[in-house]
Design a protein around this ligand. Structure first.
Ligand code: MN
Length: 190
């Protein structure tokens, strides 16, 4: 299968001023595109070439000989999911997902604190996640390309904390980027 860069679910300037068009031109238009293009090159003529992205991630996870395939497949999945996890006018969740958060974390504020802490304390490149594990919501952070998909978990929200996600807009202020994400962009899935 040849993977295509999925369309952004909004215009490239929709998330301004919290994430600029310039950031998305690089982050979506260059970084995400490169992961998809590299993956296509790496899987051509291999046992991976007819698998779905999720199947590739699960098959390549933890195997040194497939590290490059894993990294590019996982980053292709993570970025497509991250774009869906944002919208104009996003922020505090509502309805069923809010009720689940309140039940499993005690309160939205407690969840928010744990999620932000995971995002800010992820050392170096990676991701912070809200995941579902055995029917219960949990916070997770992953390093580099690692993804809940590789661990059999369902993701409900993520924020990319690689420097390329925020450096043009926030420089080194990762915490400000995560605050802006939680307050103004977050679009909970599932
Ligand atoms: Mn990224």
């Amino acid at each position: 299968m040849t993977f295509k860069l999925p369309d952004l679910p909004y215009e490239i300037n929709t998330l301004e001023p919290y994430i600029s068009q310039k950031t998305l031109e690089f982050h979506y238009g260059k970084h995400h595109r490169t992961y998809v293009e590299n993956l296509n090159k790496l899987i051509a003529g291999t046992k991976f070439e007819n698998m779905s992205l999720e199947e590739i991630i699960k098959e390549a996870a933890g195997k040194a000989e497939y590290q490059g395939i894993f990294n590019n497949a996982a980053q292709a999945w993570n970025h497509a999911f991250f774009w869906k996890c944002m919208k104009k006018g996003g922020g505090k969740p509502q309805g069923a997902i809010l009720s689940r958060i309140e039940k499993d974390f005690g309160s939205y504020e407690k969840f928010r604190e744990e999620f932000k802490n995971a995002a800010v304390t992820q050392f170096g490149s990676g991701w912070a996640w809200l995941v579902e594990q055995d029917g219960k919501l949990a916070i997770m952070k992953t390093t580099n390309a690692d993804t809940p998909i590789a661990h059999g978990l369902k993701a409900l929200l993520t924020v990319d904390v690689w420097e390329h996600a925020y450096y043009l807009d926030y420089q080194n202020r990762r915490a400000d980027f995560v605050e802006a994400f939680l307050n103004n962009l977050a679009h909970y899935q599932g």
